[in-house]
Design a binder for this molecule. Structure first.
Ligand code: ZN
Length: 214
């Protein structure tokens, strides 16, 4: 396509100087994401680009579309749209709070009693995870349990293993607050560990460690 070529077959410097490409970006929406560039919750714009071949800086030929990409409003770096798969810090703390609440409720329900010690341990754990005071108080009324797995499954891919183990440990301590694990409590904790993507041997190690006096 290029008539002027050097001896090695590549376009000469002159031609490369003559020809260029320019991309015009069009906004396609915006939102909030966790920016891996500047490391925090930021606004982003989603952009698609149209690239044109230029001759002496003048666009002459459409060369197709590029992107979409995501541009951080703060640092202006651009990333692939897969960046949006990672939750914002704000969203992650909501996922964590919901997961802790769900697992606390399921362990209390498995315990089958409104034991004061277990309720207090559970209330303290969910408060530490950022639940409102009344959510902690309502734990006593939510002993019908429910399935904690959706909340745990939503969180698990975004939390490193030590964080997931620590969540399971907190749940184990709630179960132990009123005595040794009952079979139902042990089952509930195993289910929670699986939903947190922890291998069975790690779950057993955490449940054993919880029994040791700290
Ligand atoms: Zn940024």
């Amino acid at each position: 396509m290029l008539p002027v070529r050097g001896r090695d077959g590549r376009a000469t410097g002159f031609v490369r100087h003559l020809l260029g490409s320019r991309t015009a970006w069009t906004p396609q929406g915006d939102g909030e994401f966790f920016c891996p560039g500047c490391g925090g919750d930021r606004n982003y714009q989603r952009l698609t680009g149209r690239t044109r071949l230029t001759v002496l800086g003048v666009p002459v030929l459409a060369r197709g579309t590029t992107g979409p990409v995501v541009e951080c409003a703060s640092c202006l770096h651009r990333f692939g749209v897969e960046t949006l798969d990672h939750p914002t810090t704000r969203r992650l703390s909501v996922l964590l709070r919901d997961a802790v609440h769900a697992v606390a409720v399921s362990v209390l329900a498995a315990g089958g009693s409104g034991s004061r010690a277990a309720l207090e341990a559970a209330a303290e754990t969910v408060r530490a995870a950022g639940c409102e005071e009344d959510a902690a108080e309502r734990l006593a009324m939510t002993l019908d349990g429910g399935d904690p797995r959706p909340a745990l499954t939503a969180l698990a891919p975004h939390l490193a293993a030590p964080g997931r183990e620590s969540l399971l440990l907190d749940a184990a301590l709630i179960a132990l607050a009123d005595g040794p694990y009952t079979p139902a409590e042990h089952t509930a904790l195993t289910v929670a560990g699986e939903a947190l993507l922890l291998p069975a041997e790690v779950v057993e190690r955490v449940l054993t460690a919880a029994r040791m006096p700290s």
